[in-house]
Write a protein that binds this ligand. Sequence first.
Ligand code: UGA
Length: 473
Amino acid sequence: MEAGMDERAKTVVADIAVVGCGHVGLVVASCFATLGHRVTAIDVDAARVASIRSGVSPIYEPGLDALLRQALDSGRLEVVEGTPDALRAEFVFLAVGTPPSTGGASDLRAVRDAVTALAPVLRPDAVIVNKSTVPIGTGDLVAQMAKHFGAPGLAVVSNPEFLQEGTAIDNFMRPDRVVLGSSDARARERVAALFEPLGAPMVLTDLRTAEMIKYASNAFLATKVSFVNEMSSICEVVGADIAEVARGMGFDERIGRQYLRAGIGWGGSCFPKDVAALEHTASTFGAHPQLLRHVIEINREQRRRVLGKVREALGTLEGRRILVLGAAFKPHTDDIRESPALEVADLMQLAGAEVLVHDPHVRQEAVSAAFPSLALADDLLTAAAGADALVLATEWPEFVDLPLDDLAAVMRRRLIVDGRNVLDPATVRGAGFAYRCIGRPALEGDPPSTAPNWRDAEVDTDTLGVGTPVGRR
Ligand code: UGA
């Protein structure tokens, strides 16, 4: 038997602390309690702690309220505000926020504060397990800090999280892989034992490699989306359909089907922050991350493309009334951080349009904090009354199944710009709407386009049969 295997075999019930009760921390704490461990969840925010203690998750995540209540009722989860006088936990998971700061760097204050406060109250054999996404090298910094603040023997393990908002519980319980990085092989095996019951492949490596795996994974997924978005703009000029192109590519197992949905671009609390942070770290260390810079730029361009489509169809944005469907950065979350939907809404407002936003879960206070002049409407049809265009920006199920006849009756102009390619073009057009989307050919009857259109193209045999739009020669 390998040196570490006996560690894994003997894990039963452990004392675990989870520091930070945001999206990741709360899911991790509730899931570990469900797996039978004794969990102490710690947060510095009194209101958040009160809400969690009463069994109400302060964030919207499907299934989390029920899991949380079950964990509290079982007595295996306790929630503590601030720093406890002593912590019996053998494993301390750090799940504090690392928001973006100047120039793409990550703000590590919450990590530093947590380590400074906790180091003196930890057991000497405790393992700090870092789940927060932190710049490469932060694990080493945490170990140095722990030493400085009174916990010299503390082991540090990096265990990046791969939870997606909206499916976080399932992602925890059925992970594709568990990554554990540390220079302390025994500590790494002790943490591995906690994840053993999940039956996932384990990647046991060093600290910096584990930290890099997290960034490289998010950057790769963001690259895939930016790639398909670039393909979508090519599809528009050559007259191909990006949805079919992605389907045709996705059957190839080397490519895979996921993250090939073209649309208004990626957003959220992770991709934008992590791609920028990786670009920043790489530049700081003297590497030249050219691809990452283009991946970010293509994503910015997607917002402008949507704006261009609305402007093109309406002639101008000035004074036009536009309803944006969706405020969350993706469906099944109320998270609006770096939301493409709100960025597009904001850009249209800046261009002189009168913009209303409608979302089934996002609240006005959250939107106002980020975009003070953007108004949210509760009722779809009331908000659509008199609108010149409807822009579908987040693919909530209720937006995929729109009451098209009712909308047609109340809107001033019948135009739908589908920023997520989720509506059926024939159905939308059948209800009397002009329909625009991303990377799928326009049809007769759609509003005039100033962009070169494949239908106007003559086949030029001199250029290997590639059609060149007549007006562009
Ligand atoms: C992402 C990763 O998928 C998780 O593995 C990771 O743990 C997490 O970041 C994190 O670092 O914490 P999440 O931010 O919840 O998860 O978002 P995703 O579901 O990955 O979507 C990201 C963005 O890409 C969204 O704006 C989504 O609309 C967009 N997207 C995704 C597309 O535009 N097209 C696609 O085909 C897929």
